[in-house]
Design a protein around this ligand. Structure first.
Ligand code: PLP
Length: 294
């Protein structure tokens, strides 16, 4: 049985360069009250986060997650996270997690309204059981995100490339997908290009080549997609990034949604039209994604 707990990170110590931050973490039970009611992360979703998969106590791809946390913080004008301190918090949390799959979340919020410092904490909890979805895949519907591909550059205040705490829109998209009888969604830009899923990146296979939408500011650059690309390239496959017209989805020889905790889920159908499923490669990808990765 893995634990549920949080480590509250001292934001003042985050400004100090030291080798050991152990005394800057306060561990609390997940059920214990720990945040102020004035916390802006809960009032406005004004913060950034990461979800890291943990397998048998090994936190996966910690550096890419920390780098993306820093990238998101920069886009949101939050203080740049002290990555050494966060790394030690992740290691400390992971060391307390037992066998099986868990998830460690990193949260950096603007803090308390008018307060002097951000609030930062790490949570640890058992992961949901995704074995069925890894085995059976997901059906998806395409949903208009309402922005064209140029929106991220034209309107950086939309924070489109940041992993912010404001996931209400993403959760609404998932509910809409369920209303339409699908398991998940793929966002399209208003000018007709494929983007990402509400909580996952998209990878398409065309022959022996793999393609994913270019992370040019409008979508998150997925750590799992990067890791899968490393694996596929090492197997001799071509991998690339591009603008992908929505009409290409139906032409794919196979497709996956990939993310840090659910891992690789084959897409079984897009808008009610079946897509070929590569069961062998899906199994291979999930075995790789469950192996220790740094
Ligand atoms: N895109 C969005 C919008 C996400 O929320 C996520 C993960 O939660 C991803 C992509 C996949 O990112 P990662 O593979 O780093 O989990």
């Amino acid at each position: 049985m893995t634990g549920r707990f949080a480590l509250i990170i001292d934001p003042v110590a985050a400004e100090e360069q030291r080798s050991d931050y152990a005394d800057t973490f306060t561990q609390v039970d997940a059920a214990a009250p720990a945040l102020s009611v004035g916390e802006l992360s809960t009032q406005r979703g004004d913060g950034v986060f990461e979800s890291i998969g943990v397998v048998d106590g090994h936190a996966q791809e910690v550096v890419p997650h920390l780098e993306r946390l820093a990238h998101s913080a920069r886009l949101c004008d939050l203080p740049v996270p002290n990555l050494a301190q966060w790394r030690q918090a992740v290691d400390r949390a992971a060391a307390q997690l037992g066998a099986g799959e868990s998830v460690i979340k990193l949260i950096l919020s603007r803090g308390v309204e008018h307060g002097p410092t951000p609030t930062a904490w790490v949570t640890a909890a058992p992961a949901s059981d995704f074995s069925a979805v890894r085995e059976n895949g997901v059906s998806v519907v395409t949903l208009d995100r309402g922005y064209d591909l140029g929106a991220a550059e034209r309107a950086p205040w939309l924070l489109l490339g940041a992993k912010t705490l404001s996931y209400a829109v993403n959760m609404a998209a998932l509910r809409e997908a369920h209303r339409r009888g699908a398991d998940d969604a793929i966002f399209l830009s208003s000018d007709g290009f494929v983007l990402e899923a509400p909580t996952a990146s998209l990878i398409l296979r065309f022959g022996n080549g793999f393609m994913t939408p270019a992370p040019n500011g409008g979508i998150l650059h997925g750590t799992t997609q990067l890791s899968v690309y490393d694996y596929l390239a090492a197997q001799g496959f071509d991998v690339g990034y591009d603008r992908i017209p929505a009409t290409d989805l139906a032409q794919a020889d196979a497709a996956w949604l990939v993310s840090s905790v659910r891992l690789a889920a084959a897409i079984t159908a897009v808008d009610g039209e079946s897509l070929p499923i590569d069961h062998a490669l899906t199994g291979e990808l999930n075995r790789y994604l469950l192996s220790p990765r740094d």
